[in-house]
Design a protein around this ligand. Sequence first.
Ligand SMILES: Cc1cc2nc3c(=O)[nH]c(=O)nc-3n(C[C@H](O)[C@H](O)[C@H](O)COP(=O)(O)OP(=O)(O)OC[C@H]3O[C@@H](n4cnc5c(N)ncnc54)[C@H](O)[C@@H]3O)c2cc1C
Ligand SMILES: NC(=O)c1ccc[n+]([C@@H]2O[C@H](COP(=O)([O-])OP(=O)(O)OC[C@H]3O[C@@H](n4cnc5c(N)ncnc54)[C@H](O)[C@@H]3O)[C@@H](O)[C@H]2O)c1
Length: 470
Amino acid sequence: MLKTDLCVIGAGSGGLSVAAGAAQMGASVVLIEGHRMGGDCLNYGCVPSKALLAAGKAAQAVRAGGPGVEGSAPSVDFAAARRHVTDTIAAIAPHDSQERFEGLGVTVIRDWARFTGPDTLQAGGQTIRARRFVIATGSRPLVPPIEGIDATPYLTNETIFDLREPPGHLLIIGGGPIGLEMAQAHRRLGSSVTVIEGGTALGREDPEAAALVLERLRAEGIEIVENTQARRVGGRTGGIEVEVAGGTIFVGTHLLVAVGRSPALDRLDLDRAHVRRSETGIDTDDNLRSRTNRRVYAVGDAAGRGQFTHLAGYHAGQVVRSALFSLPARVRDDHIPRVTYTQPELAQVGLTESQAREKFGGRMQVLRVAMDGNDRALAEGTTRGFLKVMEVGGRPVGATLVGAGAGEQIALWSMMIANKMKMGALAATVMPYPTMAELSKRAASAYFSPKLFDNHLIKTVVRAIQRWIP
Ligand SMILES: Cc1cc2nc3c(=O)[nH]c(=O)nc-3n(C[C@H](O)[C@H](O)[C@H](O)COP(=O)(O)OP(=O)(O)OC[C@H]3O[C@@H](n4cnc5c(N)ncnc54)[C@H](O)[C@@H]3O)c2cc1C
Ligand SMILES: NC(=O)c1ccc[n+]([C@@H]2O[C@H](COP(=O)([O-])OP(=O)(O)OC[C@H]3O[C@@H](n4cnc5c(N)ncnc54)[C@H](O)[C@@H]3O)[C@@H](O)[C@H]2O)c1
């Protein structure tokens, strides 16, 4: 019997952050991982996908050329691109390793954990009794019950990065962030790509911003069919068929299934711990605490409140605060950004325009700045894109950015919204010239300009003062 203050199940983005934080603050911590340290983000998610996208971006830069440089067909070394993926994972892995966590004083057990009671679980041949448990087991690719799927070879995010040869023609079911990031990376590295999307591709995003991304993907030669449900799949690697509603058959060499993810909870024997599930994950209150077993918390994808590494990290901070200090930790979600790392990038924080309109009606105004008015964008030749800021009562309630560097620039709006800052804070900030960051400053100017420049009273006062001063 191992007794501990905190037992964390899952060593991915959320679990590792909880374990590191709690151990460094003096709690005894047991961390249990059934598969790879680092979880999905490091091994099968964010890291390999961004590394492959970077390789695709390099190929595209050659293909497209640039100011004064004519484009030419790139010579793509797929094995080298794949090496970049594994090297990037290897470079980050020590940070998430068993050795590092043991160095922090954490007891690491490599096994699948399952509850045996409300305050006990079993892993690695041991029973662990803990004051508090944190379920950080992440999510798994959802495989829809499409006819023929069991008999057809398909890839998911867990296997696509293992391909040794570029797919000749990659068929992708699902036009969400996974589907589209993989579509662009593979297209740029030389594959033909068809995306089959049941609804609207990037359907959660601002439609105007999503349209810019889709336009670019299509211009690069990716076939994207929307409002088309995959109904049946068949064939074998090299000759895969996807039949859609209406009877059309798409033919390719490989199939990627990217239709969403479901929480990984089935191995846990939750019933034994009296931990109830919700539709999307563990049923938790605003402290991320199970409503049915107060010893148990959930973070990250397992909490069913969104699927992002930075969200898992935010959850971890809140849980450490609550579990170690018994402080209330109401989680928010209005300040959590998200970025789709296609080129152009699409970034969102807070409410989209339509959500803000629905919530605030006429009290909300949209401040819009186009990238083609930004001097740096003109110099770089990256003028497609825009920033939209949804403002209510002098404060941003949402921001949408599409274009080069959108993921970096959204950070400013995340800070504004997280800290409920007013537009004046941005107006008082001096941005270096020429940078894309000036785009955000322009949004603040767009807010203040009418108040200053279209104001009859100000004009009258200025004229009066000018008449009086020597
Ligand atoms: C292709 C792809 C690209 C992505 N890109 C991004 C991105 O760019 N930015 C971003 O923010 N997010 C991205 N995500 C999402 C991100 O990867 C997840 O939101 C994040 O990994 C969630 O962290 P987590 O700690 O909840 O779960 P995970 O990182 O999945 O970790 C859970 C861990 O728990 C272990 N586990 C499960 N059950 C048990 C058990 N019973 N006992 C012991 N161990 C167990 C698993 O083996 C796993 O290691 C991407 C996801 C995918 C699939
Ligand atoms: N850049 C990032 O931060 C990033 C990147 C990748 C993944 N993620 C996370 O992972 C999550 C999962 O991503 P995802 O793209 O798998 O899921 P998703 O839910 O975002 O998109 C899946 C898409 O598949 C479509 N679909 C479902 N069934 C279908 C069918 N039978 N035929 C055709 N289309 C069908 C849906 O309409 C939807 O548009 C994301 O929501 C995100 O939180 C984040």
